[in-house]
Design a protein around this ligand. Sequence first.
Ligand code: IDP
Ligand code: MG
Length: 139
Amino acid sequence: MSGNITFTMIKPDAVEANNIGPILSMINKAGFRILAMKYMRLTKEQAGDFYAVHRERPFFGELVEYMSSGPIVAAILSKDNAVADYRQLIGATDPTKADEGTIRRLFAKSIAANAVHGSDSNENAQIESNFFFSHLERF
Ligand code: IDP
Ligand code: MG
């Protein structure tokens, strides 16, 4: 199954703006199935651990504050070519550069508050899925 899953979060800005439903609808319409899902709020420590790869970046502190500022939805998605197809569906990190019709173009507030996360490789899809879900929570 590796290669057919990706991990996503609906970030605090999109949850606050009441866009969980429209975003999940776009995900389903694009052919992704939801294998696991939870609604939760990250602690600063969890947000820092999840984004540890960005620890040296100038925006790391802002990112951790933001990602722990309110609830998120975490989910594992499955589809052929899930990682690449999902990155295409969400669009560029900076919503002003994201293609028309992408989730970030439609829903993101800014480059930091950009509505959704999507894994960038099959390896990270596995690592990120395991970070949020034990095998007992997955179907
Ligand atoms: P990605 O989410 O498109 O993979 P990354 O470069 O991995 O983008 O960055 C992780 C997250 O860090 C972004 O989704 C965004 O929330 C935040 N971020 C990235 N670049 C900036 C920036 O220049 N300023 C503030 N936040 C940023
Ligand atoms: Mg990334």
